[in-house]
Ligand binder design. Sequence first.
Ligand code: FDA
Length: 315
Amino acid sequence: MDASDLLRNSLLQLSKQEAVRDVIQKAPVSRSVVKRFVPGAAHADAVRAAAEMAATGRMATIDYLGEDTTDVARAKQTKDAYLQLLTALRDEGLTETGTAEVSLKLSALGQALPGDGNSIALEHAREICTLADLAGTTVTLDMEDHTTTDLTLEALRELRSDFPSVGAVLQSYLRRTEADCRDLATAGSRVRLCKGAYKEPESVAFQSGADVDKSYVRCLKILMQGEGYPMVATHDPRLVEIAGALAAQAGRAATSFEYQMLYGIRPDEQRRISDRGDRMRVYIPYGQEWYGYLMRRMAEKPANVMFFVRGLATR
Ligand code: FDA
């Protein structure tokens, strides 16, 4: 294990430490260090960011920050926040034809609550899907650590029986993902393929970057050759290029798949891709619970750590 793997593992462990989170998260979202990745704490901030994307030809998917909720009132509050967000997006004309959709973490909607957490999360997700559908847009389920993959894919199946356009994330670092891609490469199925951002054991996940990238290409081949709608979620220039080649090889039109990147990461590349006529969707997180999200972004790029520490030390 080299120094950057050590740093990555420590940051991913820190991302789950509630005591540290409670101290660090007191910094307001307005701090420039947070603002690079999170446009703000209020619905209006997310709506403004989505409108900015639309003005430059990019689509958006919006995530109300929060995860691992252990309190039923909090899970309900998250569901309500999504309903308010969807209403605000619709009022701004941003939901028609899916210009802006939403991304959900089932753990924020109650999946981890003891007892019937799973059905609580599913019911919350169903309410959000109903409003999204009425507003003319859709929902994508984020994927969390591997202990929740089966539950999330089961929720996807349930939701898709009423809302066929609901999609889900698959993570190429998991050994199972090639098989999941095969299952989901069917007509109307939206799959957002990413590398994966959690700390996972070797028994379930590839550990080296090279193996994760090779798995990404194998998964992407299956999705591009399949009948579904692939969503290529990566900032990796090599994988972006390979995705374009695989789409061309499969005879796909530019409207039959999309590229996706995170808010604040490689914005020039985002615009270059949308300017050349391909679809680009930007994942926009907002809210006060930015700690876990930001820690995973630090873990992906050690240079961000100094940016973060310097930002917290000033102001
Ligand atoms: P990689 O990490 O190899 O980065 C490639 C290049 O991109 C870097 O060299 C750098 O230039 C740039 N870059 C990447 N990360 C950066 C950062 N944080 N700051 C600055 N530059 C950076 N994960 C998950 O487990 N579950 C999920 O549901 C999702 N959802 C999701 C949605 C979308 C739209 C995206 C783009 C990503 C996710 N992810 C995710 C995160 C994903 O798993 C992964 O951790 C990150 O995208 C980083 O991996 P890359 O593929 O970008 O490659």
